[in-house]
Design a protein around this ligand. Structure first.
Ligand code: CP
Ligand code: NVA
Length: 308
């Protein structure tokens, strides 16, 4: 597997291999074992949008494997590709670094870069997808729920990049995925069709009533209501999405086993309340930590010249 650009491109075997290797690397790190397959090698990071978790976990992961990282930050949206074409940047970067991570607005930019690059490219979030987030999240779900198959993951909120990627990984792992939110912000039909075409047994539901949606939830998941780049819509979205807030009242409608996840950053008091974020039901920080273990797992497979 040369690139990781969208979770919907993965096979179940590839997904399991990434999760297994990430779990193995997590154990090794916790046991104080050191692996340095990237000694003398470099990760090139493109960031067109802000980041805390992705930026830091990528860099820490690469350092922990013996390598170093270089950050190329866009001064403003779209600036990354103004000075020089994507094609030329991809070809030049391939002469310097071993892996490129990209956080961009446009998924097409990542795909073009990956086509032209001869090194591994990983999507670190686009407007369309956030595959390493979803993979790390299912590593967390596996740890907290004892597996993925048959578990019910309920996503409340915007059917955007994170929701799409979670749906794709849920389908690969045999989890039930329930989306709940306003009709106007559903996961787009062409994407759902693509997932179902690839995995005809995908267990996907849409539910408009939040209390009904969480009735059998193992995981209750939410994301910001206005993603990066949608700031001008934030006020309108507050009103549209408020009925889908993850709060203590909603949690009281879910089974006792249900745990709460959020990719973060969270807007406390909007999509999730303080009482839920700070409760024993919340596993958001375990989830954040796993971003790093996931990158260690992925990089470790790539260092081994993973051809799967
Ligand atoms: N969840 C996530 O990708 O966080 P950052 O935007 O801080 O990287
Ligand atoms: N949907 C959010 C995810 C942030 C990690 C965004 O794109 O801003």
């Amino acid at each position: 597997m040369k690139n990781l650009l969208s979770a919907v491109d993965l096979s179940a075997e590839e997904m399991n291999r990434i999760l297994d290797e990430s779990a193995r690397m997590k154990e090794r790190m916790r046991a104080g074992e050191t692996d340095t397959p990237y000694a003398g090698k470099t990760l090139g990071m493109y960031f067109e949008k802000p980041s805390l978790r992705t930026r830091v976990s990528l860099e820490v992961a690469m350092h922990s494997l013996g390598g170093s990282a270089i950050n190329l930050e866009a001064p403003a949206p779209g600036e990354l590709w103004k000075r020089e074409s994507i094609k030329d940047q991809a070809r030049v970067m391939s002469r310097f670094v071993s892996v490129v991570s990209m956080r961009t607005y446009s998924q097409a930019a990542i795909e073009e870069f990956a086509r032209e690059a001869s090194v591994h490219v990983v999507n670190a979030l686009s407007d369309f997808a956030h595959p390493t987030q979803a993979l790390a999240d299912f590593l967390t779900i596996r740890e907290h729920c004892g597996g993925i198959a048959g578990k019910t993951v309920v996503f409340l909120g915007d059917g955007n990049n994170v929701a799409r990627s979670l749906l794709a990984v849920a389908a690969l792992g045999g989890a039930r995925f329930v989306w709940c939110g306003p009709d106007s912000h559903r996961i787009d039909a062409p994407f759902v069709e693509k997932v179902v075409k690839k995995r005809p047994d995908a267990d996907f539901d849409e539910e408009s009533d939040p209390a009904e949606a969480v009735r059998d939830a193992d995981i209750i998941y939410t994301d910001v209501w206005a993603s990066m780049g949608m700031e001008s819509e934030a006020e309108a979205r507050e009103k549209t999405f408020m009925p889908y807030q993850v709060n203590a009242r909603l949690l009281s409608r879910a089974p006792g086993r249900a745990r709460v996840m959020h990719c973060l950053p969270a807007h406390r008091g909007s999509e999730i309340t303080d009482e839920v974020m700070d409760s024993a039901k919340s596993i958001v920080y375990d989830q954040a930590e796993n971003r790093m273990h996931l990158y260690r797992g992925l990089f470790s497979l790539w260092a081994g010249d993973w051809k799967a």
